[in-house]
Design a protein around this ligand. Structure first.
Ligand SMILES: NC(=O)c1ccc[n+]([C@@H]2O[C@H](COP(=O)([O-])OP(=O)(O)OC[C@H]3O[C@@H](n4cnc5c(N)ncnc54)[C@H](O)[C@@H]3O)[C@@H](O)[C@H]2O)c1
Length: 259
């Protein structure tokens, strides 16, 4: 039997990058997958990719900053499959600028998507896990939630917030046998990081490609991560092998934060 054959997983930010790699990984391991994202076309293609692995998959248009939109998505999943066992909260944005140039709107938007979005999805799914006395929540933080870089005030703050939020959710879930953990990836080759490379690279007088190479050589493993490498750790955190592991924020960064 595949590891997640009897499980239902909801993934925010499933249309691209790490969320999409998670959708595929859970599909390959037998889960029914609900892909939640605002990018409708890419989200449908993520769900289609899951179906091609022989599982059921739903593509749901969802804005994680809207309580209503999140609850609507949960309701559709419950109507279709009657349960939610795993939540992966991967929807996020990066909007780095030097501190004095961060417009208030940019701060609010980043915190709203990266932190409030995680709060709203956790709040909608946690009671289901408590009721069924099992299940896992995995929230995407970042190495930027553990350490800091210039020009990332709102991003770092939102990702540190995810770590604190996850700890608190873990404490509430623990008596019910369910877990919540955060994953803190290093630079991972997705559209997000390519966008960061272009934007932050410019501040250092580098092209996007040069900035990516610089970050790779900063990393003790001398390379950036592939999205499937993050998805593998997330699948472990959703599996029975990690039943006694909760409230942690795990660096999956090739040793970046340690260095
Ligand atoms: N790529 C990296 O290097 C890296 C490193 C550390 C942490 N992370 C975190 O991992 C997560 C995934 O990042 P990624 O690199 O895959 O990014 P990505 O840009 O490739 O994908 C993010 C997805 O989130 C979706 N999204 C954005 N706002 C949304 C909203 N309001 N509602 C629903 N969906 C929304 C986007 O449409 C997109 O599909 C993010 O939380 C990010 O902060 C990424």
């Amino acid at each position: 039997m595949k590891r997640f054959e009897d499980k239902v997983v909801m993934i925010t930010g499933a249309a691209n990058g790490i969320g999409r790699a998670c959708a595929l990984r859970f599909a390959q391991e037998g889960a029914r997958v609900a892909c939640l994202d605002m990018a409708a076309e890419a989200n449908e293609s993520a769900a289609e990719e899951c179906r091609s692995e022989g599982v059921e998959a739903l593509a749901l248009l969802c804005d994680v900053t809207s309580k209503e939109s999140v609850q609507d998505a949960v309701n559709v999943v419950l109507k279709a499959w009657g349960q939610v066992n795993i939540l992966v909260a991967s929807a996020g944005v990066y909007t780095g600028s030097p501190l004095e140039e961060v417009p208030l709107e940019q701060w609010l938007r980043t915190v709203n998507i990266n932190l409030t979005g995680v709060f709203l999805t956790n709040q909608a799914v946690a009671p289901l896990l408590m009721k069924q006395k099992s299940g896992s929540i995995i929230n995407l933080s970042s190495m930027a939630g553990k350490t800091s870089f210039p020009a990332s005030a709102e991003y770092s703050a939102s990702k540190s917030g995810v770590i604190g939020l996850t700890r608190s959710v873990a404490m509430e879930l623990a008596p019910f046998g369910a877990t919540a953990n955060a994953v803190c990836p290093g630079n991972t080759l997705t559209d997000m990081v390519r966008g960061v490379a272009e934007k932050v690279g410019k501040l250092d007088g580098l092209t996007g490609e040069e900035w990516l190479q610089m970050r790779a050589s900063d990393c003790p493993m001398n390379r950036l991560a592939e999205p499937w490498e993050i998805a593998g750790v997330i699948a472990f955190l959703a599996s029975d092998d990690s039943r006694y592991l909760t409230g942690q924020s795990i660096e999956v960064d090739g040793g970046m934060v340690l260095s």
